[in-house]
Design a protein around this ligand. Structure first.
Ligand SMILES: C[S@@+](CC[C@H](N)C(=O)[O-])C[C@H]1O[C@@H](n2cnc3c(N)ncnc32)[C@H](O)[C@@H]1O
Length: 229
């Protein structure tokens, strides 16, 4: 892995400096948002930049990436893709209050976050990024607790889980059907089963890389899956 270019690192640093962390605090945390960002901002920028270098080695120039659930953690990746590989990125996030904050920080960059369902994205993408979405406890409380092995067997609600699992199946399928073949999927280790299950049902070969990489916000390690090769 070669490091990102100085101009890319400068753009990432400028964007991280421009983020309104005060406004972002309550979006990411029920309480203690200021302390959370004071502690996580640096690691988020650094680990994201390292991961951007790793991702760059796996992507071709001039392609298209679909980012599902893109937030602060994804900023270095989006900057790398557009500045170093001249790729088009479509970044979706359903948190309507976070999206304007992200777009303000990224003013002047050749991408805009959209507060819409990523399944509305048009066309195919040779890279799909879906990290900490299919196990997000905010959207899927029972499923999220099961995925991260925090489920309490006394209070776990299997009926609610079944509903959430159907929604996660539909979301995974709606996004994966936009992936070109061959293509690359970046996801968290906890979300691997959603990707491999969909590929298996479609008869599409997929290979999960052995190595995974740390992240700083939800702290799920991230890995790469090659599909349709
Ligand atoms: C737990 S957050 C993860 C954010 C970021 N990927 C990270 O790792 O820090 C999950 C995000 O997925 C977004 N999300 C969930 N379903 C989505 C969908 N159908 N389309 C776009 N974004 C979605 C939520 O709005 C939220 O921003």
């Amino acid at each position: 892995m070669t490091p990102l270019r100085p101009a890319t690192l400068q753009a990432i640093a400028r964007i991280f400096d421009a983020v309104d962390y005060g406004a972002l605090g309550p979006i990411y945390c029920h309480e203690g948002g200021d302390a959370f960002w004071e502690e996580r901002r640096g690691p988020c920028q650094e680990l994201g930049s390292n991961l951007a270098g790793v991702l760059r080695d796996r992507l071709a120039p001039n392609g298209r990436s679909l980012y599902v659930g893109a937030g602060i953690a994804e900023l270095p990746l989006l900057v790398m893709e557009t500045m170093e590989l001249n790729r088009t990125v479509a970044a979706y996030n359903l948190r309507a209050d976070e999206v304007p904050l992200l777009n303000n920080a990224c003013a002047g960059m050749p991408f805009e976050f959209q507060a819409r369902d990523a399944r509305e994205a048009v066309g195919t993408f040779d890279h799909l990024w879906i990290v900490s979405v299919l196990n997000d406890p905010e959207c899927f409380p029972e499923l999220g607790s099961l995925s991260s092995a925090r489920a309490n067997p006394v209070t776990f609600d299997p009926d609610a889980f079944a509903v959430e699992r159907r929604a996660a199946f539909a979301l995974a399928a709606g996004c994966l059907q936009k992936a070109a073949r061959p293509g690359l999927v970046t996801t968290s280790v906890e979300e691997i089963p959603w990707i491999t299950d969909w590929c298996q049902r479609q008869g599409i070969p997929c290979v999960v890389e052995d190595e995974d990489y740390p992240t700083a916000i939800v702290e799920d390690p991230v890995c790469f899956i090659r599909i349709g090769a």
